[in-house]
Design a protein around this ligand. Structure first.
Ligand code: SF4
Length: 509
């Protein structure tokens, strides 16, 4: 039965995780050309471009969060869907073993990671029959940071900076703009949105996600929806949220809208936000052998056009000469000399810690001395390397999830630097001031770029939480990031959110 099907699925998963499709590359190339190289936005986009090329050349995950694998499969009448689903599950486990996917499937009751990306609800596989002889499989890998910025509105509604959104297409436009503004840098902007008008709460989100299977450069066949897509793109890119929420000219690279009928009493607008690491590919398969007959969204086996020239790629992080070098562990004096906007290059020891570690530290002493330390909000992809470990992908995760814990951890254990993405809230900002610490925003999704700043894994603690949630002990050299919250009460995130809120009122109202 379909002897090549399993291999085809492993190929599809591998390529989706490691090689961004041409339409997304083109949109990111346009964004890169729009920003001046020495700005925060320009530096972030250059790191992203390097990361995209590095991932493709080493066949490593573009982002360490390889997301929720969602398959849309169309099969001829009579195809054995039960067998195919099992083969897809086997392929997911295989791709995880090969380090192309991070173990991402967590038992919601026990918190245990299954380790192979299999479990109730993972992966998501939808089947549909069609009147063709071949099989079509599309895959999207959408990570948690951007998934957490999805939004669903029930109209009519009152929206910050935009006023009332009625049950009209203009009300829909306002909801989408509001969702983009709310996301700021938390979903690793510039992002793309899939939108559903109508449906119920469940079908609306599903249909919104399905819109992300459209190419970024297509035109909506419904001229009414095409007009809103254009209007949203125009206004969203005047918000100045910018790459990673650093401020800048590109906040959105795509807006794709669909519609479903609704109940008379309901009017939902569902927005599925995807990050710049917009990983989506597809294949058609021979229905007898299961071999790949063509690729969707890309030009066959032709290598993707690189984002940068070999010289630009070799040049690494674009420096201005104003970067501040920091060597961990850090002192109070060093930290208080930093201010929002400083670009820093961190070297020395760094410890990862995300949700499970933060919850643990609220009740237990840390497994290592954290005085003066750098705490990195990161769930890396780590593989065994002989007796040791090797990090193959290590970008930052969304920091706001640690808001309830962070200030306490700073105070109790003397952490001096927190690195993550998307920024943190008022409680942490006060904690940074009180304890003498700073928050650094690294470039979200730049997993390959940052993995290359890690020279060694010196140990691991709390591995019982699973690979992404463990506390990894790392040695890093020249790890670049931007001070976005300092020890004097300043926050770039707060400033950009306020300024972009004013812009939202002007361009979206
Ligand atoms: S690029 Fe950012 S939002 Fe997207 S999967 Fe990676 S960490 Fe999550």
């Amino acid at each position: 039965m379909l002897p090549d099907f399993f291999d085809s699925m492993v190929q599809l998963i591998t390529r989706t995780s490691t090689d961004l499709p041409p339409d997304v590359r083109a949109a990111m190339g346009t964004a890169l050309a729009t920003e001046a190289p020495a700005t925060r936005a320009g530096q972030a986009l250059t790191i992203i471009a390097q990361n995209i090329d590095q991932a493709e050349s080493c066949e490593g995950p573009i982002c360490q969060d390889t997301g929720m694998p969602t398959f849309e499969v169309r099969v001829p009448v009579g195809a054995n869907q039960i067998w195919m689903k099992q083969q897809i599950r086997n392929a997911i486990a295989e791709a995880t073993t090969r380090g192309k996917l991070r173990p991402n499937s967590v038992d919601s009751i026990t918190g245990e990671n299954s380790g192979n990306n299999l479990g109730p609800g993972t992966p998501i596989v939808h089947f549909e029959q069609w009147e063709h002889d071949e099989i079509e499989v599309k895959l999207i890998l959408k990570g948690g940071g951007c998934e957490n910025t999805n939004a669903q509105y029930a109209l009519p509604a009152d929206l910050d900076h935009l006023g009332r959104a009625d049950r009209t297409l203009d009300g829909v436009r306002k909801c989408i703009l509001h969702a983009v503004w709310k996301a700021q840098g938390k979903g690793c902007s510039p992002g793309a949105v899939g939108v559903c008008i109508g449906g119920d709460r469940t079908s609306g989100y599903l249909h919104a996600k399905e819109q992300l299977f459209r190419t970024l450069d297509d035109t909506n066949p419904d001229p009414r929806l095409a007009a809103i897509e254009d209007a949203v793109m125009d206004a969203a890119n005047q918000l100045t949220v910018g790459p990673m929420g650093f401020g800048g000219k590109t906040s959105l690279i795509g807006c794709k809208i669909g519609a479903l009928n609704r109940l008379p009493a309901s009017y939902f607008v569902s927005v599925a936000y995807d990050c710049w690491a917009f990983r989506r590919l597809g294949v058609t398969l021979d229905a007898v052998s299961g071999a790949i007959t063509s690729w969707l969204y890309r030009d066959g086996d032709r290598r993707s056009n690189p984002m940068l020239t070999p010289e630009q790629l070799a040049a690494g992080f674009p420096r201005t000469g104003r970067e501040v070098r920091l060597q961990a562990p850090l002192t109070d004096e060093q930290i208080r000399s930093l201010k929002v906007g400083d670009v820093v290059l961190v070297s020395g020891r760094m410890f990862t810690g995300r949700d499970a570690v933060h919850a643990h530290l609220m009740k237990h002493d840390p497994p290592v001395d954290l005085r003066g330390a750098v705490l990195y909000h990161c769930g890396p992809v780590v593989v065994k390397d002989g007796e040791g470990w090797r990090v193959t992908a290590a970008g930052p995760t969304t920091s706001i999830r640690e808001e309830p814990y962070q200030a306490d951890i700073l105070e109790r254990y003397g952490v001096r630097i927190v690195i993550g993405k998307g920024g943190m809230g008022a409680k942490t900002l006060a904690g940074l001031k009180e304890s003498g610490a700073v928050y650094l925003n690294a470039v979200g999704g730049a997993a390959q770029f940052y993995a290359r700043c890690i020279t060694r894994v010196t140990g691991v603690s709390l591995l019982e939480f699973g690979t992404p949630e463990a506390m990894w002990h790392l040695e890093v050299v020249d790890f670049p990031a931007i001070v976005t919250m300092d020890a004097h009460g300043n926050s770039l995130h707060r400033d950009i959110e306020t300024a972009s809120g004013d812009r939202l009122h002007t361009v979206g109202g």
